[in-house]
Design a protein around this ligand. Structure first.
Ligand SMILES: C[S@@+](CC[C@H](N)C(=O)[O-])C[C@H]1O[C@@H](n2cnc3c(N)ncnc32)[C@H](O)[C@@H]1O
Length: 219
């Protein structure tokens, strides 16, 4: 029999929220599958052209697996050893590095850089600096594919939190940036714009709004 004192009561609201969100997803026919990268695989293959893909903030290796399954050579970094452990199990064909993306990348050249929801933790100047280094590592004709939190991402912190800088908040003890269209255009003003679309994913329980971006380095 359950002992009432062993129940973690503080987790109950979050649990109920999760159950409610899952029920809503089923009722609305939303899938929690998040295969955003699938439609980009042909472009990645073309632009990588044998040069490795560099993935920044690979998390549990969801996108890593999609790319290695497509026969791409992937070098992935993350600063969380727990995430890397999972990613290594999920996508054993990739090479993983325990590395902060603010430090030097583990490759000199990449044909494509993929960064899904991993470039939003930093102040504006630091974000610009990281994007500058991404550009430097890409070969001519290379592409950056990334997803950035949108300022419409209200379910995940774009509203109601302490602002540190414009569109940059302290969300449950973690810094988090949200981008409006102007921010995205400023960030990539010296790149070749290929695609910029605001999309909603249902992968995280509640709808999450993010920019899906493809930008290139001129040949
Ligand atoms: C929201 S998750 C996204 C994971 C994965 N790209 C995906 O879309 O499923 C962000 C990831 O970035 C990693 N991360 C956060 N700050 C980082 C940093 N400074 N350097 C490297 N990785 C970082 C986190 O550990 C986490 O795995």
């Amino acid at each position: 029999m359950w002992e009432m004192r062993n129940i973690e009561w503080h987790a109950v609201p979050q649990l109920l929220k999760g159950i409610g969100a899952a029920a809503l997803d089923i009722a609305n026919g939303h899938s929690r599958k998040d295969c955003w990268l699938a439609s980009w695989i042909p472009l990645i293959r073309e632009r990588a052209n044998g040069v490795p893909v560099l993935e920044l903030g690979c998390g549990q290796g969801h996108d890593t697996l999609m790319m290695t399954s497509a026969g791409l050579k992937v070098i992935a970094i993350d600063s969380s050893s727990a995430m890397l452990e999972r990613a290594r199990c999920k996508a054993p064909l990739a090479r993983f590095y325990d590395r902060d993306l603010r430090c030097d990348f583990p490759v000199q050249r990449a044909g494509v850089v993929v960064a899904s929801l991993s470039l939003h933790y930093f102040g504006w100047n630091e974000t610009m600096e990281i994007v500058g280094r991404i550009k430097q590592v890409l070969v001519p004709g290379g592409v950056l594919l990334c997803r950035l939190n949108s300022t419409r991402d209200v379910n995940f912190g774009a509203k109601g939190h302490r602002e540190i800088e414009r569109n940059y908040y302290m969300v449950h003890g973690q810094t988090k940036r949200f981008f409006d269209q102007g921010d995205v255009q400023r960030l990539f003003s010296d790149w070749e714009p290929l695609s910029l679309v605001e999309k909603v994913t249902h992968r995280f329980g509640m709808p999450k709004t993010a920019w899906e971006i493809a930008v290139g380095v001129n040949q």
